[in-house]
Design a protein around this ligand. Structure first.
Ligand SMILES: [Fe+2]
Ligand SMILES: [Fe+2]
Length: 331
């Protein structure tokens, strides 16, 4: 069995000309026809680990290799890293199934930089800080559901753009709570409990929107309905089961969930129309954007370039700075 976690090579470190014998996750598998039909098919894989993904090709024995490769499971791959059209590709010589239980999903997925105990403790403190008895009851019921707390702490917040790692949903949600509560100190008219509860739950639909076993990807329900609607559905269902939950308060909470993307063009079915919804929508954007900037800048820090490549989602280049004057790492 190739090297364990600590000493194993990562995709981001591989260089052309390097021979590898390591375990990676098969994210996609296809058999492609050669241009010359007489040659049959070759195997095309997309392999991933916690640092990224790369294509792999197997030219000989593709069909028998494909038959023993399971998608979204780890696979032992032996071959040579080559450069093809300026991108690295693994030329496979041999693949081998990996015994069940030899690896854990977190060996191949990026994980939160925060200590899980610290995140769980912060979540607990915030839930307990909600004084309103109905909102407190709602949080209590939700986190008492079997598996809910673990899922909330483990789920990613995205597939790629920001907080796209195990624990990302909790990191992002707690960031949004902290940003929103900071705003509440400046604007005392804001309902602090509604804000805290709404910020904690604004993305709760992501628990159903993503699956994150070996690879992070959308579920069918996630792709079809989206986390805004899934979150609305979950919370609306719980509210109807809490005796005497004040109707207007429930509506304000549901409105906050439905409007948290701020604009219809960003996926919000309604725009924010309450103070708390406006604060959460801005805090959500601030948390996501700031992380995205960090991520893009960090990826370009060691390239020797003053500017990042053009980012299509942000529709701009970001300024990395002159070499030797590039600000702080991390966060
Ligand atoms: Fe969201
Ligand atoms: Fe969010």
């Amino acid at each position: 069995m190739p090297g364990r976690m600590e000493e194993r090579r990562r995709i981001a470190e591989l260089r052309a000309g390097e021979r590898v014998d390591l375990c990676l996750v098969v994210a996609r598998k296809t058999l492609q026809p050669f241009r010359d039909p007489a040659r049959g098919t070759y195997l095309a894989l997309w392999l991933t680990d916690d640092t990224g993904g790369m294509p792999a090709r197997m030219w000989e024995g593709a069909e028998s290799a494909a038959a023993c490769i399971e998608v979204e499971r780890p696979l032992r791959v032996v071959g040579l890293v080559e450069s093809y059209r300026d991108t690295l590709q693994l030329n496979l010589e041999r693949v081998e199934p990996v015994p069940e239980g030899a690896w854990r999903p977190e060996d191949f997925l990026p994980v939160s930089p925060r200590e899980p105990e610290a995140v769980a403790a912060e979540l607990e403190v915030l839930c307990r800080s909600v004084q309103d008895p109905y909102l407190a009851r709602l949080l209590e019921m939700l986190f008492a559901r079997p598996g809910f707390r673990q899922a909330y702490l483990r789920a990613p917040a995205a597939k790629v753009i920001h907080h796209a790692y195990l624990g990302g949903l909790a990191d992002h949600s707690l960031e949004v709570v902290r940003l929103a509560l900071t705003a509440a100190e400046l604007y005392p008219a804001v309902d602090r409990d509604l804000l805290c509860c709404g910020a904690l739950l604004h993305d709760v639909g992501k628990l159903e929107e993503y699956r994150y076993d070996w690879v992070i990807d959308y579920t069918d329900r996630g792709r079809l309905l989206g986390h805004t609607v899934l979150g609305y559905e979950l919370i609306a269902g719980l509210l109807s089961g809490i005796n005497g939950f004040p109707r207007e308060r429930g509506q304000r909470l549901l409105h906050l969930i439905l409007s948290h993307h701020g604009e219809p063009s960003w996926g919000a079915p309604v725009v924010p129309q309450t103070l708390e919804a406006a604060v959460v929508a801005h805090a959500d954007l601030l948390s996501g954007r700031t992380r995205q900037f960090h991520q893009i800048l960090n990826a370009s820090r060691d390239t020797g370039q003053s500017w990042t490549p053009y980012d299509r989602t942000l529709e701009r280049y970001l300024y990395v700075g002159e070499p030797g004057n590039r600000g702080r790492e991390g966060a």
